[in-house]
Each structure stands twice: as C-alpha cells, then as structure tokens.
Write a protein that binds this ligand. Structure first.
Ligand SMILES: Cc1cc2nc3c(=O)[nH]c(=O)nc-3n(C[C@H](O)[C@H](O)[C@H](O)COP(=O)(O)OP(=O)(O)OC[C@H]3O[C@@H](n4cnc5c(N)ncnc54)[C@H](O)[C@@H]3O)c2cc1C
Length: 485
C-alpha cells in the first residue's frame, strides 16, 4: 500500500526515469514523475533519424525486470528500442504515474523538503527529488556564421524533420560522430546525394548485424536460458572493455582491426581523410551496420574535410573557399553533455544553485549525489559510466544505491547528502585512475571539454557494481528534517 507521508518527485521519463518509476512503484512509495514531452522514451523518442541502431547488444538494452525474447537483430533499430520502452511503460502501468508535457523548471530545498515548480505553473513538494533528465538531451547547434540564413530545411539530428522527402535533394550532414556516421551511411545507401562535413575522422566499427534466429529466441526461453545468457553478456562487457583502461596488446590488436576496416577504401586521398589521428576509444565509437566506408565511396556520397567558414542560403563555404550547394542541412553536432538537469534551476542548502556549485568544475559523488543538495539524486549524473556500456546496466546499480540511501534517510527522519570529504575522495580516486586510459593524452572528446578530467567512469563495469553495492553510509551527512514517515 502506498505510504502517503513520504513522497518522491522524479523529473524525466526516459529509460532512467522509467527504471526509477518501476522501483518506486514496487517499494510502495508515493511519487510523481514529470516528463516535459508527450511520450516516454527520452533519447529513443527524440532521435528518429535514418540509420539509428543501438550500439550495444539489444539483449543488454533491457530492463532487468522485463526481458525481451524477441529482438529482431543483434543490434536493434532505434524504432524497436523505443517500442520496447513504450511497451514496458504500458505493461507495468508506469504511465499512470507520469505527468506528461510538464517540465520541472525549478527545484528548491527549504524547510527539509524539495519544492518543485513546473512549466504548467504547478508546484509540488517532495522529500526526495530524483533527476532522471538524461546526459544527452540538450541538442547543440554549431556556432557557424550564417547558420540562420540557410534557405532550405535544416534541423538537428535529434529533431529530424520527417516531412522532408529524401529524393531529389542535396543533403549536407555536419558532424563525424556516431549520429553523423549513421545518417550519412543511411542516406548514401538510399541513393540520396549526401555530403558529410567532418573536421576529423572517427574510428568506425564496421560490424555484422544478423537477424536473430528462432533457435536463439527459443534458447532464451528454456529453463535458466535467459539468466545464463545475461551472465555471459555481463562477462563480455567486463572482459571486453579493459583495452580502454589499460594500454597493451589488447588495445593494439583492436587498433589494427579498426585500421583494417579502412582497407576497402580505394581512393588514397579519401582513405587519408577518413583515417583517425587519435587513440581508438577516446570518443564513443560510431557503429556501422551497412559498411559506412563502402557507403561513402558511392558516386552519390561525398566527404568534405576541414573548417566550415560560413553557411549561405544555398549551401556551405569551406575555409579554402570551396562552395558546396545543398538543399537540406542536418546538424549531427551532438549535445551539451554537461547540462545534466539544466536549464532546470536547482537550489540546495544556503541558496546555492547548481550553476554556482558547478561553475569551476562539474563534480558529484558517484554520479548520483552532490554535497549541499540533500535528498537530491541524479541518474547518470557526472562520472557515470557513459562510454560504450549499455545504460540500463549502470542504472540497476545506481538505483539500488539510491533506494538504500532513501530508506536510511527516511528511517532517520532526515535528508542526506554526501560529505565534501567523501566527494573529494571519490574524485581523487577517479583522477588518479585516468592516466593510462584512452581518454587522456591529447584525446579531445566531449567527456573532457572544459573539465579537469573526463566526466566518466575510468574503471571496469564490475567496479561500478562493487562501488554502488558498498557505498558507506558514513560518506553521507544526515540532517534531521522531522519528515520521513
Ligand atoms: C543518438 C543517440 C544514440 C544513443 N545510443 C545509445 C546506445 O546505443 N546504447 C546506449 O547504452 N546508450 C545510447 N545513448 C545514450 C542514451 O542517452 C541512453 O542510453 C539512455 O537513453 C539515457 O536515458 P535517460 O533516461 O538517462 O535520458 P534520456 O533518454 O535523455 O531521457 C531524459 C528524459 O527526461 C526528460 N526531461 C529532461 N529535462 C526535463 C525536465 N526539466 N522536466 C521534465 N522532464 C525532463 C526528457 O524529455 C527525457 O524524456 C544514445 C544517445 C543518443 C543521443
């Protein structure tokens, strides 16, 4: 039965918010979720561009409480991931807890509780506030002169305009990250005239993406089959990712394998343009299911490398004066990775805002909590393991830890936040682990920009699990509030 005294508010109904919703529902806690959009799904609702497939095994992009035995392929298309997420929300009755089209605009901790304001001029109070607002949700548009002058349709990859017909248009795609690669590949194979504008080449994983067979699906349904398979995949993650953390033969072998993907490029100039000059794995690796390198050799596909000088009504001018005529322009230029819950205005103890707290550097305790912000929790906050590890895996561990802290705070009729000392210790441990990883040493990526260290987890996934299972209560302050039951 729901406990009416104690209340939680969650912002966001993507994968993280839904995982939290199911967990709070099961715990019988009174709570409300606010979602700024009209649907669940976050990333998978917003990114509908052609060619988007999940970059980890579909089987690992599952909520542990709702197995999916029917993925069509080893790496499912985004549409299938979104359909699965919507199905989970519907089957488990999660949507009834969500107030759609209602963004949390501000949250202030006063009088031992969180006071929440939403875009619908609604206010709400809660003992605990959970930000499940995502780390890749605020599209970034490049600061290129003349951007607004472009005469044809132009849009960010996360805001794909499906009213624009593919045929008979000259498409421009700005960006060489995962989205830029997948969009260029899809448009090229669809026969569109497409030019991809890149500043630097990316390592691209050319992978096989077979359809799943009835035998594989059946195996999962046999007694113990699902658990066995999940254990195997978990082990693969732990073993397979160590090359990012430690230099050595495994990393060298990986680089050789990736270099060999480029061998299918016949034109030496094109091959040179597409050969990366940084360590494999320092950025999220774009995945290609229909051989991007073959796709860009089609007569209708073009790669332009260099600095974009300006955008004009009919195309793009490069710094060497080259003009590329275009009808449609796609910005595959990524997201503001350091926004987290912002632009929401979050105010903790002593009137300190999140902007003030993070002015010099972004920090957190374990990616889930912040000193000075009692009973505020984040999912996939700063330093969560964002690099090539399936997001649902990390969520299980983070949410387990948050639920233990909530229970402890509730039992003590208190609000909890990590101590400054424990947070600094956590950050120092991470700082000491980065040297030697692929993410430092001249590697430019969005995890690092404007920050002293990359804002991700520099240990194996197994250590992430161990960390969250053993978070010591002594790392947290408990300030009495009188609320709790
Ligand atoms: C193009 C793309 C491809 C990706 N592919 C993969 C992949 O293959 N594998 C992988 O593991 N990860 C991938 N990711 C990372 C992906 O973001 C995560 O896997 C996962 O979807 C994050 O879930 P989330 O719930 O934390 O955030 P999101 O999916 O971003 O959801 C956040 C939700 O919060 C809502 N929200 C935000 N602010 C507010 C507010 N103030 N008030 C109310 N609601 C708010 C948003 O509308 C959204 O619904 C990809 C990301 C992108 C952008």
């Amino acid at each position: 039965m729901a406990d009416r005294g104690f209340r939680v508010v969650v912002a966001g109904a993507g994968v993280a918010g839904l995982f939290m919703t199911e967990t709070l529902k099961r715990a019988g806690i009174d709570f409300t979720v606010y979602e700024k959009a009209a649907e669940v799904g976050g990333t998978w609702r917003d990114n509908t561009f052609p060619g988007l497939f999940v970059d980890v095994f579909s089987r690992q992009y599952e909520f542990p409480f709702q197995p999916n035995y029917n993925w069509s392929r080893k790496y499912a298309p985004a549409t299938e991931i979104w359909a699965y997420i919507k199905r989970v929300a519907r089957d488990r009755g999660l949507t009834s807890f969500i107030r759609f089209n209602e963004a949390v605009t501000a949250a202030r901790f006063t009088g031992g509780r969180w006071h929440i304001e939403t875009g619908q001029v609604n206010t709400d109070d809660a003992d605990v506030f959970v930000c499940a607002t995502g780390f890749l949700h605020k599209p970034l548009l490049p600061d290129i002169p003349g951007r607004d002058s472009f005469a044809g349709p132009s849009f960010h990859s996360a805001r794909w305009d499906h009213s624009v017909p593919y045929e008979g248009k000259r498409w421009g795609v700005i960006g060489s990250g995962a989205s830029g690669v997948q969009i260029t590949e899809a448009l090229a194979w669809a026969g569109c005239d497409v030019t991809q504008f890149i500043r630097r080449a990316q390592w691209v994983h050319i992978r096989e993406n077979p359809y799943s067979t009835w035998r594989e699906r059946l195996k999962l349904r046999l007694p113990g089959g699902y658990a066995r398979e999940q254990r195997r995949l978990w082990q693969m993650i732990n073993d397979g990712d160590s090359w990012r953390l430690y230099p050595g033969p495994q990393r060298e072998a990986m680089e050789r394998e990736y270099e060999s993907f480029l061998d299918c490029i016949k034109d030496p100039e094109l091959k040179h343009k597409l050969t990366p000059d940084y360590n494999l794995g320092c950025t999220r690796i774009p995945k290609s299911d229909r051989n991007y390198y073959e796709a860009v050799q089609l007569p209708n596909a073009h790669i332009v490398k260099g600095h974009i000088e300006r955008i004009e009504p009919d195309g793009i001018v490069m710094s060497d004066g080259t003009h590329v005529a275009l009808d449609v322009l796609v910005y595959a230029t990524g997201f503001d990775p350091h926004a987290y819950m912002r632009p929401m205005n979050v105010t903790g103890l002593n009137g300190t805002t999140i902007d003030e707290a993070w002015k010099e550097r972004i920090y957190s305790y374990g990616g889930v909590a912040l000193p000075g912000f009692p009973n505020l929790f984040m999912l996939y906050g700063p330093f969560s393991p964002v690099n090539n590890v399936p997001v649902p895996l990390g969520l299980e561990q983070e949410i387990g830890c948050i639920m233990r802290l909530i229970a402890e705070a509730r039992a003590r009729r208190a609000a909890t936040a990590p101590t400054v000392a424990a947070t600094e210790k956590f950050l120092a441990r991470l700082g000491a682990a980065f040297p030697g990883t692929v993410w430092v040493g001249g590697c430019k990526n969005w995890y690092t920009s404007r920050q002293p260290t990359p804002v991700l987890w520099p240990f194996p996934q197994g250590e992430h699990k161990a960390f969250f299972e053993q978070v010591p209560v002594e790392d947290f302050h408990f300030t009495p509030t009188g609320h709790g039951d």
